[in-house]
Design a binder for this molecule. Structure first.
Ligand code: ZN
Length: 243
């Protein structure tokens, strides 16, 4: 045991170099929608204020990639599905200087009343938001789809990327698993399609650099999850927060 003390030291040193962030997965910000994933805009603003007041820093995906991530009090906001109500919080996000990741499934964009338009998404991208793919039709991209509808499986991963890239004139490297579902074949296909990172809803802190870039955990935001996070991040003087 004693002669291996330096090994322990190496492990501790390696761990100390890792940063940590909490990745939140929001959906809609409507004033009148009844859904466990909806937060009214003023409630969302309260989330941001509470976190900022507790000393958390909102990081963009660019910050994360440029290794501009220090310590553990980092929050990365992500928003799934490109609902039209994202417009309701665009102002507050601007005000806080927050540039989220927006995970988009192209099938609905500009086609249904509850979705953002391509102009919206282009505008958000121009502001520094990062656009990621979220399937094409928002199907379960898992082993079962791979076995029962091979074309559909590849469309969810390949066509979503190509349509976003063509529409937005940028390269799309991020994937958010619809419903948080995936299988080993999903990760293999993401790698072949040149995605670099994928996001789950595993509900735990994300260490950076990640041990598996295709399984970056997010917290699926519901009122219950917010209460859990308040206890974890704000009211508890957690040892994990020492920097
Ligand atoms: Zn979704």
């Amino acid at each position: 045991m004693r002669k291996h003390w330096w090994l322990l030291l190496l492990v501790v040193a390696a761990y100390a170099q890792q940063s940590q962030m909490y990745v939140f997965c929001y959906h809609t910000f409507s004033t009148n929608l009844s859904s466990p994933y909806n937060f009214r805009p003023e409630v969302f603003r309260n989330h941001l204020e509470s976190l900022r007041n507790a000393g958390y820093r909102f990081v963009s995906w660019q910050d994360v990639l440029s290794t501009n991530l220090k310590g553990s009090r980092n929050i990365l906001i992500t928003i799934d599905d490109a609902n039209v109500s994202v417009r309701n919080v665009e102002g507050v996000l601007d005000e806080f200087g927050i540039k989220p990741i927006l995970f988009v499934y192209p099938a609905i964009i500009g086609r249904v009343h509850y979705a953002l338009t391509w102009e919206d998404i282009q505008r958000l991208q121009n502001k520094g938001w990062t656009i990621g793919a979220h399937g094409y039709y928002h199907l379960y991209v898992n082993q079962k789809l791979y076995e029962t509808d091979r074309n559909g499986f590849f469309r969810e991963i390949g066509m979503s990327k190509r349509v976003l890239e063509k529409r937005l004139g940028t390269s799309v490297r991020l994937f958010g698993y619809p419903f948080g579902l995936y299988s080993p074949v999903t990760i293999e296909t993401l790698q072949k399609e040149n995605y670099a990172y994928a996001f789950t809803i595993a509900g735990k802190p994300a260490v950076w650099p990640p041990s598996d870039p295709y399984q970056i955990p997010r917290y699926l935001m519901t009122p219950q999850m917010w209460h859990h996070l308040v206890r974890l991040l704000i009211t508890t003087n957690n040892v994990a927060h020492k920097e």
